[in-house]
Design a protein around this ligand. Structure first.
Ligand code: IPD
Ligand code: CA
Ligand code: CA
Ligand code: CA
Length: 258
């Protein structure tokens, strides 16, 4: 199986999924609560995931799938080829703004990230790339952002962590040039790839970070659980990704305040 074929397939499926999501915007959504009133899922999250899973199963029937909705949200191991999918990242934005949400797909092989795709549906911007391939916006290759320190750049953050000062998020934010909150992990990771933000601190599940990690690695960003240990790829955990200099400074501040 060539990487080229995977890339062509995934780009085609993303287009199909995005057309489906855009066409749904004129109909009434069916919205339900998951863990509470600010944790929503819609029929379109579920149907988009079903569409992507159908395509994977038709084309790559032996592969494993980890995806946010409908019974695909855990795996025993990352062995073999694994697809990690967030059908709509930023569901609250999707419901309330009808923009600022992404589709994310990652392909891992034996636990190693090979391909990552973050598609901003309403902007029609696809950020994608892969191990040793580089990072692209559409057909255009992006250049690696500068390695800036914490005081030199904007920091993306989860609003709740900032508000409640979880893991010193507020102090760390104040030491940066400014905190930005988008409500969509994919958009925060895109801002890092573009060189607009130096880092992102959040509380994430594997489908929120898998695609982004493949792309961040290509640009030598550093990432881990906020405590500096490896991400588990199971369940939610406090997440830190940043330019290497900023990462060191954030870790030092985090340890100083714990
Ligand atoms: C959420 C968004 C949000 C982040 C949450 C995620 P969802 O994803 O990315 O920005 O703060 O932790 O769960 O549920 O909209 O796919
Ligand atoms: Ca969700
Ligand atoms: Ca998500
Ligand atoms: Ca989602």
């Amino acid at each position: 199986m060539t990487t080229e074929k995977l890339v062509i397939d995934i780009k085609g499926w993303l287009k199909e999924a995005a057309d489906f999501i855009r066409s749904s915007l004129s109909s009434e959504l069916s919205v339900s609560q998951k863990s509470g009133r600010t944790d929503l899922v819609t029929n379109i999250d579920e149907e988009t995931q079903s569409l992507l899973i159908k395509r994977i199963k038709e084309n790559y029937p032996d592969d494993q799938i980890l995806a946010e909705e409908k019974g695909y949200d855990s795996l025993d191991s990352l062995s073999g080829r694994v697809w990690i999918i967030d059908p709509i990242d930023g569901t609250m934005n999707f419901v309330m703004e009808q923009e600022n949400f992404c589709i994310m797909i990652a392909v891992f092989e034996e636990g190693i990230g090979k391909l990552g795709f973050i598609y901003d549906v309403m902007k029609d911007e696809l950020y994608w790339g892969g191990k040793s391939l580089g990072v692209f916006l559409g057909d255009q290759q992006l250049t690696k952002p500068k390695d800036l320190g914490l005081a030199e750049g904007l920091l993306g953050m989860n609003a709740y962590m900032f508000g409640e000062n979880i893991h010193s998020a507020r102090e760390i934010g104040h030491a940066s040039m400014g905190v930005r909150v988008s409500g969509c992990a994919g958009i925060e990771l895109i801002e890092m790839l573009k060189g607009n933000h130096i880092g992102y601190i959040s509380n994430l599940s594997p489908w929120d970070y898998a695609a982004g990690l493949v792309l961040l690695e290509e640009f030598d960003f550093t990432y881990s659980n906020i405590k500096g240990t490896a991400l588990a790829f199971s369940g939610r955990e406090y997440f830190l990704a940043a330019a290497p200099k900023a990462y060191q400074e954030i870790q030092a501040r985090f340890l100083m305040n714990e």
